[in-house]
Design a protein around this ligand. Sequence first.
Ligand code: GRF
Length: 202
Amino acid sequence: MKPNSSGKKVAVLISGRGSNLASLMDAADGSYKIILVISNVAGVAGLDRARDAGIATAVIPHAGKSREAFDGEIDNLLRAANADLVVLAGFMRILSDGFVRGWEGKLINIHPSLLPAYKGTRVHERVIEAREALSGASVHFVVPELDAGPVIAQASVPVHPADTPQMLADRILAVEHKLYPEALKLLAQDKVKLQNGLTVFS
Ligand code: GRF
């Protein structure tokens, strides 16, 4: 796509407070514009943040639906909005292989660990239990296997001996808020792409 005044159209999928969504909204420059926020949970703070900024929102509950049916509803909204890129920001559902393949190279996530270490849940608990000296955040392309996609950008933070999981989560969240917009800008400016299963910079 040729760059234009408003840049790539970005849809953000959330399930909760939306602090990463807020950092992406604040950092939006000419390279991307957030045009739609979809949540699977009604009433979450992230939806309020979007509405307050005049961004279109939608709630698609997942309960009682097959994964494919749920993902299909999301896909329909994304296509109707002409989204170029889809950003997962605290979206707590696993997406079906079909959905992921349909958005291959255009779908990214942020995970609060130094991937490929500590995929999945209870990340900070496990990092502390293992007495790691470093943890951090990773932005990656989404592939069907959970948290296994090629990494676009990472940032590390120290793990202190007295850390609780919440303390570590907060320290990592602060770097997420810088890392995610930078990674999204690279993608929006076509400076990074997914090619043959690898992250390629140009
Ligand atoms: C972040 O820690 C992110 O790494 C993880 O979920 C959390 C979302 O937080 N995927 P928020 O909703 O963006 O505040």
